[in-house]
Every structure is written in C-alpha cells, then in structure tokens.
Design a protein around this ligand. Structure first.
Ligand code: NAP
Length: 246
C-alpha cells in the first residue's frame, strides 16, 4: 500500500511515533526513524520493521536544532531518495500550573513541539511538494482542542499545529500534496506514565469509551492519512480521543 514511499517519523523511537514507524514499514514504506537520545530504542524499531520484511534506518537528530534536522534529511535522502511523507510526531511536556511555569519551561516546549515542526517541514518542503502525492502529517492532541490544567505551554503548541496545518494545506494544494493533523486523546505511552495515577483516573472518567488509546489506535489512522486513500482530504483534524468532546 505504501511501497515506493519514503517516510520520516520524528520521535519514532518510542511511544506513538514508534507505533507509526512500524505500521508504515509493515505497509511497504521505507521508514526513517528519527530520535534525539534513545539510540537503543530506535535500533529496536528498525530491527522490528526489518523483521517484518520492511526497510528502515535510524536517524539521530534533535528536531529543535535546524542544522541537525538538515543533516538528518540528507542522511535520509542518501539512503532512500526524496521524502514523500513527513510525520511530525516528536513532542515533549513540561507540566506546571501557569503561575509556576518559568519562561524556560515555556520556551523549551515551544522550541521542540513547534520549532521542531518548523525545522522538519521546512527542510522537507521541496520533497513533499515534488512527491506525486506528498503528505505532511502533524501529531497534535486533544489538549490542543480542550486545553488542560497544568499544560499551558503544551496546549499552546498543540493548538498552534491547527493553524500551521491549515495554512500549509493551502500552500501545498496546487501540487496535489496534502497536510493534515491527527489529534489523539490520551495514549498509553511514557508521556502518560509521567501523569500521577490519580490524575490518570480523572482523565479516564472523562473518556466515553472508558479506556486510554493504544499506540495502534493512532498508528492505523496515520497509515490511512499517509496512503492514497486520503487523497481528497487536506487541512483537516482527525480526532481520535475515545469520544471526548471539544
Ligand atoms: P513519548 O513516549 O515521550 O515519546 C516521545 C518521542 O519523541 C521519543 O521517540 C523521543 O525520542 C522523541 N523526541 C522528544 N524530543 C525530541 C527532539 N527534540 N528531537 C527528536 N526527537 C525527540 O511521547 P508519545 O506519548 O509517544 O507522544 C508522541 C507525540 O504524540 C507527541 O507529539 C505528543 O504530544 C503526542 N500526543 C501524545 C499523547 C499521549 O497521551 N501520549 C496524546 C496526544 C498527543 P528520545 O527518547 O530519543 O528523546
């Protein structure tokens, strides 16, 4: 389904990104698994993709650093040629109530979650434009839609992706390439593990489907958006949140 497609998944070494990387690889894509520091996990993801008959490489690079992103993109092109699909998934949280949040806490989250999206999209924009049907897929969050106590910095970055995606969708439209957002609800990954148990229970009480998402719940949606089945969909937010309102 995705054969001949080269996909870059930022933050592909763990959690949702890893699930996406493996899913795209399973469906025939050549996958670049980006990571910042978890080298062993990135290699495991590559090994997993290869064990299922796919093709993958691990590419180190901090998405917040433009020069590192440029070097990473060159590494991917050397291995697989021009890039067709970029999944901007890498993201971090530094949770504090707003009155306790420092300017550094704010800047760091903006730099990774929005700056990283700028850097990766900018470095791969010509590739996506030139692809037969390129895909930009930004991983946002239900928190960007609802806001969330203690996450002013994170929520701001995840809302910001809506305006960014919509604008890039318009700028790409004449080329046939698309830009969309996937906005997961709460997903069982290391990021959610950082949330205290009692807060997790409060969140669970607000989810009509009465469970957290699995990584696979999100990866399947990203695979659909990456595929030619989504050709006529652009500038959209696909919410996968177990029925939470926003
Ligand atoms: P996670 O388990 O903490 O994994 C984060 C991934 O991002 C790791 O592979 C990490 O690699 C990478 N990463 C972090 N900073 C990076 C940087 N500066 N440069 C390159 N890679 C970096 O997170 P997750 O839960 O899978 O979340 C993935 C995305 O989904 C995020 O954008 C998050 O906002 C979004 N999301 C998550 C949830 C949830 O409930 N978990 C819900 C909605 C949306 P290293 O280990 O090498 O740093």
């Amino acid at each position: 389904m995705l054969s001949d497609q080269t996909c870059v998944v930022t933050g592909g070494s763990r959690g949702i990104g890893r699930g996406i990387a493996e899913e795209l690889g399973r469906h025939g894509a050549s996958v670049a698994v980006n990571y910042r520091s978890s080298d062993a996990e990135a290699r495991e993801a590559v090994a997993q993709i290869e064990s299922e008959g796919g093709e993958a490489i691990a590419v180190q690079g901090d998405v917040a650093d433009y020069d590192q992103v440029e070097a990473m993109c060159e590494e991917v092109r050397d291995a697989f040629g021009s890039v067709d699909v970029l999944v901007n998934n890498a993201g971090i949280t530094i949770d504090k109530t707003f009155e306790n949040m420092t300017r550094e806490d704010w800047d760091r989250v903006i730099k990774v979650n929005l700056g990283g999206v700028f850097n990766c999209t900018h470095c791969l924009f010509d590739d996506i434009k030139a692809a037969e049907e390129g895909r930009l897929i930004n991983i946002s969050s239900v928190v960007g839609q609802q806001g969330n106590y203690g996450q002013a910095n994170y929520a701001t970055t995840k809302s910001g992706l809506f305006g960014f995606t919509r604008t890039i969708a318009l700028e790409l439209a004449s080329t046939g390439s698309t830009a969309n957002c996937v906005a997961p609800g709460f997903v069982k990954t290391d990021m959610l593990e950082e949330v205290p148990e009692r807060v997790q229970q409060k969140i669970l009480d607000r989810i009509p489907l009465n469970r957290f998402a699995t990584v696979d719940d999100i990866a399947g949606i990203v695979r659909f958006v990456a595929s030619e089945d989504s050709s006529y969909m652009t500038g959209q937010i696909l919410a996968a949140n177990g029925g939470m309102e926003w």
